[in-house]
Design a binder for this molecule. Structure first.
Ligand SMILES: Cc1cc2nc3c(=O)[nH]c(=O)nc-3n(C[C@H](O)[C@H](O)[C@H](O)COP(=O)(O)O)c2cc1C
Length: 255
């Protein structure tokens, strides 16, 4: 049994909710899934004040006392996560963006390794594919293994052709998501992810003032490891890892 949670950025139970219901229906055809809907509008999430205490001292120092930790717990208890959102003026709605801002410290200290992530975007006409890509990139930055999501048109009236297209898109995305979901091992890092890890680590390790990130990396053993988690890099990626260390040091010298 796999636990999948959909975080929904729309306050109404309409197009985005229906698209996620279709996603759930597909997933349940493939295997045993415990599916949960989380409407962000049902949670109290204050706007980030930009104090940076979560970055510098740790997330426990956030002055906002709201439902952030409840949402975090839901992410942590899931095997798979879907961020589902309508396109609002070519971006995610403010509620969804605020969730990203409140989780931004995790970009420094990724954690959701081995969990699967995807994005579902609904829209009237266009612009949603960039939103899908943005969400997918955020999923990767948070540590998830990302599978390609989908962007579907929900323009009223929903004709039979439009409905069919929507179902096809969701079917393709849900198949990819499920295939990844049932694999228990985290994915091999791409060159890009390897570069991010090695260069961020160099920056954290070589600065004089030690913020929370430094101690976190130290505790996790990330200053000595090849990557965030145990993985076989292979010769080329191993060499590239050393190269990124070198490049990081060079860049820091010129900053
Ligand atoms: C404030 C607002 C802004 C929107 N901006 C866009 C847009 O830029 N592009 C687009 O294709 N659709 C846009 N839409 C349409 C919605 O993305 C679309 O109807 C969506 O499926 C609504 O999802 P929901 O029923 O779950 O709220 C917008 C809708 C609203 C309410």
């Amino acid at each position: 049994m796999k636990k999948v949670t959909a975080f929904i950025g729309s306050a109404r139970k309409k197009a985005t909710y229906q698209a996620v219901q279709e996603y759930e229906k597909n997933l349940k055809q493939y295997g045993d899934i415990n599916f949960e809907y989380v409407f962000l509008s049902d949670y109290r999430l204050e706007f980030c004040q930009g104090c940076k205490l979560c970055f510098d001292k740790g997330e426990g120092f956030c002055p906002l006392k709201d439902d952030r930790d409840l949402l975090l717990e839901k992410l942590e208890l899931s095997d798979g996560v879907i961020f589902a959102t309508p396109n609002y003026a070519f971006q995610v709605p403010a509620r969804m963006k605020n969730l990203m801002d409140r989780l931004a410290y995790i970009l420094h200290r990724p954690k959701f390794f081995g969990k699967t992530f995807t994005a579902v975007v609904t829209q009237g006409t266009f612009g949603g594919n960039d939103i899908r890509k943005y969400l997918e990139s955020m999923g990767g930055n948070l540590g998830f293994t990302v599978t390609k999501g989908c962007c579907v048109r929900t323009l009223e009236p929903m004709t039979e052709i439009r409905e069919k297209k929507l179902q096809q898109e969701i079917k393709k995305s849900s198949e990819r998501f499920y295939k990844r979901l049932i694999r228990s091992t985290p994915s091999f890092p791409s060159f890009f992810r390897l570069m991010l890890f090695r260069m961020t680590r160099t920056a954290i390790q070589t600065t004089d003032v030690h913020y929370f990130d430094y101690y976190y990396y130290k505790d996790q053993g990330w200053f000595e490891s090849d990557y965030y988690y145990e993985t076989k890099l292979g010769l080329i990626k191993k060499m590239m890892g050393y190269f990124f260390d070198f490049l990081g040091k060079k860049m820091l010298k010129h900053m």
